[in-house]
Ligand binder design. Sequence first.
Ligand code: SAM
Length: 276
Amino acid sequence: MLRREEGILYLVATPIGNLEDITLRAIKVLKEADLIAAEDTRHTLKLLNHLEISKPMVSYHRHNEEFRCDYLIKELKDGKNIALVSDAGTPGISDPGEEIVRECIKEDIKIVPIPGACAMVNALICSGIDTKEFCFYGFLPLNKKNRKEKLEEIKNINKTVIIYEAPHKIKSTLEDLKMILDEDRKVVLAREISKIHEEFIREKIDDILEKVDNLKGEMVLIIEGNYKKKKNDLCNLSINEHYKYYEEQGLEKKEIIKKIAKDRNVNKNEIYKLFI
Ligand code: SAM
């Protein structure tokens, strides 16, 4: 007996504002899919109408993720190709998607990403804050205890921090952040990316807070890592341990000496003399 081919799950990124940000490949996949699983079918219908695509759709959102998964897996096993979309941006990033991906992996069903818009990446690249290492927190928890734990983590982390926030909660989140951040830690508020009122506010948290009541639209916060803590920790090491720390990161002697001098705020010749 011939085994029927299984379908493919496509995770299709859609625009986060500007409809021109849909990719050619995303259009092709949406046109060719047998079924579209959408976070909000009414919302996605607008996009499909704009693209002149007519397709069967089912909802796939936070509240039906579990039972809808079973249905989607069955359809995939029956050979249907499914395009999964969220309301905006990349599915699975603070949006539904994780669950079905895990189920597909369990069932050995092929998953294909269709790359495109993602608010956090675009906020980060325009922020001017370090893009080499970052930590994406999504939406901060609302539960007091969990939120406190996350804020404590953000206070100390030595990587760029990215946070999503709803417009009506941005003020209280900025107020919470103000309590834990040193005054000189840079904060960037990226707003309405790819839309008419796109804006990047690169100011002190106090100044952003002063403006926030008049800010509308979708927002991402980018926060500079706490490099002071790392610097303090390193300066508490012996000079040899400090050297070893950078050596273990694969740095050359010259670079290590420069870094130690910078961390300890001394002339690099002084450090150099210690290591010849
Ligand atoms: N999956 C989406 C992505 O790939 O970015 C994120 C969905 S999450 C439910 C929505 C949050 O993303 C908003 O509250 C906001 O923080 C951020 N966001 C979405 N679109 C945005 C935009 N155009 N400008 C700024 N932030 C945006």
